[in-house]
Design a binder for this molecule. Sequence first.
Ligand code: NAP
Length: 346
Amino acid sequence: MFGNGSSRREVLAGSAAMFSLAAWAGASAGRSQDAAKPPALERRRFGKTDMQVAVLGFGGAEIGYEGADQPTVDKLLNAALDAGLNVIDTAECYVDSELKIGSAVGARRKDFYLFTKCGHTSEPPKEGPDWTKAGVLQSIERSLKRLKTDVIDLVQLHSCSLEELKKGECIEGLLEAKKQGKTRYVGYSGDSLAAKWAIESGKFDALQTSINVCDQECIELTLPLAKEKGLGVIAKRPIANAVWRYDARPSNDYHVEYWERLQELAYDFATGPLRTDSSPNGAAGIAMRFTAMQPGVSVLIVGTTKPERWAQNAELLRAGPLAGELHDSIRARWKAASKPDWTGRT
Ligand SMILES: NC(=O)c1ccc[n+]([C@@H]2O[C@H](COP(=O)([O-])OP(=O)(O)OC[C@H]3O[C@@H](n4cnc5c(N)ncnc54)[C@H](OP(=O)(O)O)[C@@H]3O)[C@@H](O)[C@H]2O)c1
């Protein structure tokens, strides 16, 4: 889809054709079987792995941190799988996210690819990071139990530092788990120079990194390299935490940095009536379509606690890539306004 050496125009034309073809094919299939059924979500190859992932996936942090109750998570995850999503991403330290996922869809394990992250524990009395080989192996064992499965599709090191990566013990633990058949593939979840080092090390099958309209460092720093080396790429924070929804500085600390960046970026689509426009040309649609069209991106894991979001977000992505001029204006604005410390947010 995004061949090396293609010009931006060719890339956009090619991807637009693919999106519309996928939508057309899905719509045709839907018409013959069930007039009310929405077109299928686009699937993409996940790097050099055997996985074909739907472009929209499930980010599991919110259900843990926001304390979604089990009936809501049951509804949320089953709605997501029914909408055609086939990636669920979580982490041991997202409070009880793994337990909730295991309970909600453990019985549908064959319907999705399960990604988690290791290296932390939320279990007292040892809460916090542990990047030793034994610590990583124990973290993965706990995840298997909580997720009610024998094997995870992808386990990622959860944003350890460049120094920890260079020390190598955490990587040894991860590769040992792969050798033991506890995980089929291994990845690094993180940003900036640590992500670059991880790709160059040749040890990982996948990279999870922040990619969105407020976080574009990776577009030149790591995405081309990840594509060249054949890593599957998961876009985390893909809708920039939807920070345009806040009229004033958010009380949620996690959203503050992107909100501050957005004030300076002052994109047209995030300032006027488009902030609340729920069409593909509103703020949410433009932000997700921007992330989805970055070369090498396989899947966007959007976080939510709302069961109705999956159908809405799938519909936004079905609109396909942004027009070239709009995409290029978002890149140009970023290049003009971004500061040296606007590095990838973990
Ligand atoms: N270091 C790491 O490894 C790391 C760090 C951060 C995130 N992650 C992963 O990435 C996933 C996603 O990150 P994230 O949740 O921080 O960021 P995100 O997906 O960019 O933002 C999620 C927020 O966007 C809102 N939203 C979703 N769809 C929307 C729509 N159509 N219109 C308006 N608002 C919408 C959600 O609110 P509603 O509840 O209203 O839908 C939610 O508050 C996480 O779950 C986690 O799996 C990993």
